[in-house]
Design a protein around this ligand. Structure first.
Ligand SMILES: [Zn+2]
Length: 303
């Protein structure tokens, strides 16, 4: 890391750690229900869900949407338990396509059909409550404008809200390394996973807030993306504590997306997709803040 980057990082941390006068609002959302990533020995999908739900309840996080890929139940019908636990906790479910479909690798029609295929599970679990919130898999909203427009039109015609994301530190990257390190009983490596998860989370909260100011000239109500993984379950208490210390107040997805920022449409074709803020940065040709994640070490650890 260059000295200038170190300086940027220090500034970001200071911005991230300073409690603001008016609480910074954030909605927590969880993707890939009922299952994401490998499990460490002795842990079940229901354990992961119970742990995450317990932490959310304890921190008084309201109405957390869990985004479902119902095709996972074809192979593992027992994982319906996760969706039932989510509902028993009073939390809603939303649509993440039936098979976690990549819009880059499918046509708009195939994608729309996959959205529709997810609905019967949502209807049976949600009853009359609103499940018409949609989260794009991989945050890929269309690698051509034609696809982007066609899918957006389909979602609009079927009364979906797009569950945008503004804070994303790729929490999922830590789940497979954790399962490997737990298998090897490698406590030193697990400590590094914990500290790097937290430092990356802190850095990217700051980056998100910084990008909001660059795009909208102010900070906005945020939406954080997490996944239903084993290491997410382990780290969630510490993560929510950090967010409280940073001055975040937890609100619902509906409350967060009342912010006028969510009415903006970047209207760009992107292969790599991204959060609403990242897409807006691309659309407005704004230079991205410097940041990095420990991809190589995560990939190599506990092999
Ligand atoms: Zn996903």
């Amino acid at each position: 890391m260059k000295l200038s980057c170190l300086f940027c990082f220090a500034c970001l941390c200071m911005i991230a750690m300073a409690p603001s006068a008016s609480p910074q609002q954030v909605a927590i959302t969880v993707d890939d229900l009922p299952s994401h990533g490998p499990l460490p020995p002795g842990m079940t999908r229901a354990d992961v869900a119970k742990s995450i739900l317990g932490t959310l309840r304890q921190a008084h996080v309201p109405k957390v949407y869990g985004f479902v890929n119902a095709n996972k139940l074809e192979q593992h019908s027992e994982e319906i338990e996760v969706l039932k636990l989510w509902r028993q906790a009073g939390f809603p479910l939303g649509n993440h396509t039936y098979a976690h479909l990549s819009l880059n690798d499918s046509s708009a029609d195939q994608f729309d059909q996959n959205v529709a295929d997810d609905e019967s599970a949502l209807k049976s679990l949600m009853g009359h409550q609103n499940w018409r919130w949609f989260r794009y898999p991989y945050l890929w909203e269309g690698d051509t404008l034609e696809k982007r427009h066609a899918v957006r039109q389909y979602l609009k015609d079927h009364k979906y809200h797009i569950a945008q994301v503004t804070l994303d530190f790729e929490d999922y990257l830590w789940n497979a390394p954790y399962a490997r390190c737990a298998e090897k009983n490698d406590a030193t490596s697990i400590e590094w996973l914990k500290s790097s998860y937290m430092s990356t989370a802190a850095e990217y909260m700051g980056v998100g807030q910084q990008m909001a100011k660059l795009v909208y000239g102010r900070d906005i109500r945020h939406v954080l993306l997490l996944h239903i993984g084993a290491f997410d379950a382990v780290m969630l208490p510490e993560l929510l504590d950090l967010m409280k210390k940073q001055g975040f107040k937890f609100v619902t997805l509906e409350q967060a997306e009342k912010d006028p920022a969510y009415k903006t449409d970047p209207d760009v074709a992107l292969k790599d997709g991204g959060t609403l803020l990242e897409q807006m940065m691309e659309a407005k040709h704004i230079k991205f803040p410097q940041n990095e994640k420990p991809y190589d070490k995560l990939n190599a650890i506990c092999r």
